[in-house]
Design a protein around this ligand. Structure first.
Ligand SMILES: Nc1ncnc2c1ncn2[C@@H]1O[C@H](COP(=O)(O)OP(=O)(O)OP(=O)(O)O)[C@@H](O)[C@H]1O
Length: 232
């Protein structure tokens, strides 16, 4: 998958959160969006995911294998890549190819973990080689599988949010503050999940904590995309 931001900008009322971002996000790479509290990391992540509208510019979405999107659908023909060219996706359909874990996205707390995973995979299937019992075991939540999620601790809920995002069979994973509420074992689990299931996918982490994005090779500082304010 490839997500291309073209002159992307977002403002709330009169405040520009970011402007003029030109950036490509490509499968097989992990990107970090960094910056201080309130700088706009979550806003940018949601705009990348198509969950909020840009105020100016746009995001373009294309699906294809990592090799195809890296080669670039414009520059190489299908005969040159040996495969079908990449396929452009409308912003309204981008959600089908993207999963997100974020503190502001709630779980369905009335359900047990088993019910929630079964419900989730009806509209967003999990990776074909991972079963629901596998997911529960990997999360270390076997003992709590029939407990309603509202009785889970905050760290247990965060593990479930990460699982929903990482095990969904989508090419792009967006992670907003992924280690929120996790203890040391939870943080190790997070890194294990990225190592085991992140290959060849597009991963974008929004965070100001280096341990959450230590595996990211591309760092985007939101502060580099703030409009310059000139005092009159
Ligand atoms: N719906 C909204 N309406 C108005 N302002 C908003 C809205 N959502 C976010 N903001 C503002 O946009 C700015 C950026 O917020 P955002 O949550 O993206 O920052 P962040 O870098 O993710 O912060 P943190 O590190 O604290 O999570 C903040 O000033 C926030 O108050």
């Amino acid at each position: 998958m490839k997500i291309s931001l073209i002159n992307a900008g977002k403002r709330f009322n009169r405040d520009w959160i970011f402007r003029k971002i030109n950036q490509e996000f490509i499968s097989g790479f992990a990107y970090a969006i960094t910056g201080p509290n309130g700088s706009g990391k979550s806003t940018l992540l949601q705009a990348i995911g198509g969950a909020i509208m840009m105020s100016e510019g746009k995001a373009l979405y294309a699906i294809g294998s990592p090799q195809q999107v890296r080669a670039g659908s414009q520059s190489l023909s299908s005969s040159q890549t040996g495969n079908k060219p990449t396929q452009e996706i409308e912003v309204d359909n981008a959600f089908k190819y993207i999963s997100i874990a974020a503190p502001y996205l709630e779980l369905i707390e009335e359900m047990t973990l088993m019910e929630m995973l079964e419900f989730h995979c009806q509209f967003k299937p999990f990776l074909s080689h991972v079963s629901i019992p596998d997911i529960i075991t990997i999360l270390g939540l076997k003992a709590a599988v029939n407990k309603q999620i509202r009785f889970y601790s905050s760290g247990m809920k965060q593990r479930v949010k990460l699982a929903q995002a990482i095990f969904s069979d989508v090419p792009c994973i967006l992670l907003d503050e992924p280690c929120t509420n996790l203890d040391a074992a939870g943080i190790e689990l997070y890194h294990q999940l990225i190592r085991d299931y992140g290959n060849n996918r597009l991963i974008i982490v929004s965070s100001n904590d280096p341990q959450e994005y230590s595996f990211c090779t591309e760092i985007i500082s939101i502060m580099d995309h703030k409009p310059i304010i000139v005092n009159r």
